[in-house]
Design a protein around this ligand. Structure first.
Ligand code: DC
Length: 209
């Protein structure tokens, strides 16, 4: 079974998707981490971020992998911490916009998701990567609440800077975000992680019956 969880930055996707995967004993696939790792690699190798074909070639030559411990690896290096830096936050939508890059990434995501029951999180999972996913959820939350969550994730960065960054990311990511028409939209603004996980686990249970 595939559970697709899509939504904007700060909607709670990663926290919810990883907790849900653990609860269900499913694989957890963070597709945003794949675009982030490619962005990191392109910076390291000096590949221009506006060169879609070169970036797609780079992605093909250096597939992203996830260790059992949950670290993100590319080209033999653990980049889990580096890919969460503010500079990658800013650059990754540029890399993710290229159709050639998306094609390579989507193929990689489909084969990783085919390894077993999976919770896959991203922006286009229910609509494009896994349109036949048995459960599709699109998480949303108020902008103020999403900014508050980011502040908790990135201690040391000013709250107003994070709120402005989030707004800019929303604009840049809009083109990459494709909600599935048949996704269940869950507003997480007033919900705790456990409540969201519980709600999605119920959808999984319903599908199983
Ligand atoms: O979810 P995140 O913030 O880690 O995503 C990082 C970037 O990758 C963000 O700019 C959106 C993009 N992305 C995408 O275009 N498609 C996906 N399936 C997942 C992420």
């Amino acid at each position: 079974m595939i559970v697709a969880i899509d939504g904007p930055a700060g909607s709670g996707k990663s926290t919810v998707a990883s907790a849900l995967a653990e609860r269900l004993g499913f694989l957890y696939l963070d597709t945003g981490a794949m675009y982030r790792a490619l962005t990191w690699l392109a910076r390291r190798d000096g590949i221009a971020l506006d060169n879609g074909p070169a970036l797609a070639e780079l992605a093909l030559a250096h597939p992203v992998s996830f260790s059992a411990a949950g670290t993100v690896e590319i080209d033999g290096q653990d980049v889990s911490a580096e890919i969460r830096e503010a500079e990658i936050d800013r650059l990754v939508p540029v890399v993710a916009r290229h159709p050639e890059v998306r094609e390579v990434m989507r193929e990689g995501q489909r084969s990783l998701g085919a390894a077993g029951d999976s919770v896959i999180e991203g922006r286009d999972i229910g609509s494009v990567v896994a349109p036949t996913a048995e459960v599709k959820v699109f998480l949303v939350a108020d902008e103020a609440e999403r900014a508050r969550r980011r502040t908790a994730d990135r201690p040391g960065v000013q709250a107003d800077t994070l709120a402005a960054d989030l707004r800019a990311r929303d604009e840049r990511d809009a083109v990459n975000t494709q909600p599935a028409e048949d996704a269940v939209v869950l507003d997480t603004t007033e919900l705790g992680i456990d409540e969201v996980v519980e709600a999605i686990a119920r959808l999984v249970e319903e599908r199983r019956r």
